[in-house]
Design a protein around this ligand. Sequence first.
Ligand SMILES: Nc1ncnc2c1ncn2[C@@H]1O[C@H](COP(=O)(O)OP(=O)(O)OP(=O)(O)O)[C@@H](O)[C@H]1O
Ligand SMILES: [Mg+2]
Length: 266
Amino acid sequence: MSAEGTVMPNTQIDATREAAVPRAPLLEIVGIGKSFGHFRALKGCSLEIRRGETVVLIGPSGSGKSTLLRCVNLLEPADGGDIFFEGANITRDLANAPRIRREIGMVFQNFELFQHLSAAQNIMLAPMKVLGLSRSDAHDVALELLRKVRIPEKAEAFPDELSGGQQQRVAIARALAMKPKLMLYDEPTSALDPEMIREVLDVMADLSAEGMTSLVVTHEMGFARRAADKIVFMEDGQVVETAPSDAFFGGSVNERARRFLDQILH
Ligand SMILES: Nc1ncnc2c1ncn2[C@@H]1O[C@H](COP(=O)(O)OP(=O)(O)OP(=O)(O)O)[C@@H](O)[C@H]1O
Ligand SMILES: [Mg+2]
């Protein structure tokens, strides 16, 4: 939602160059296809996300939302089309997959925390193993992130001592610990009781407002109105509609998207 924080050394020259050559989107998905056996889960999906944008992805169950996120994160190999991250084609770049996954954080519906580790330890693990941080530095990072997700007092608690909303916020902090350039969220609040949904969405909305580029699968339309720049509607393995949030909620959407929106709002 906000401008990116890149500092340009020579503003005048760089500003001219930028105007002439629009900067590549952070993520560009071009005609991605994915089949499971004979079943085509994705049939040529395209979308792009610019730095600092939050894009909300909606659509009926089985439309391919999770599959699309998994392809972006290279958890699932796409079998057609291209995915560009920072302008580089990562679709078949398996050698670079670990780096890509470091730079793209993912938050799942069921948190997927390590049950035998405390909140702080869950967050410290990857920075220590992958980024080579010392235990003490990683602990500092964990405490700072737990403050950010508004549960500083839960550092030593284990997942089974936390509410679902708290566990999901630890999962978000764990993803943030790798300083990702893009966050993917796959229905992060759909396993939560209603009273916990808000606290998770508030943290996500704060991150978006601070400029964290995000692709969010959610049917929480209050969040979408508040935080999304763009709404993408998928159906049957295809992107059927992409619209700026204002236009989408203002009613400028095609018939299928409107029908789906009516269903989830009523
Ligand atoms: N590993 C797999 N093997 C076979 N079929 C799969 C696999 N993963 C997904 N599918 C199928 O691909 C289609 C898209 O699934 P996906 O999970 O992406 O949908 P979704 O939009 O995320 O749905 P939901 O809203 O229920 O989470 C579904 O029909 C699903 O059954
Ligand atoms: Mg899904």
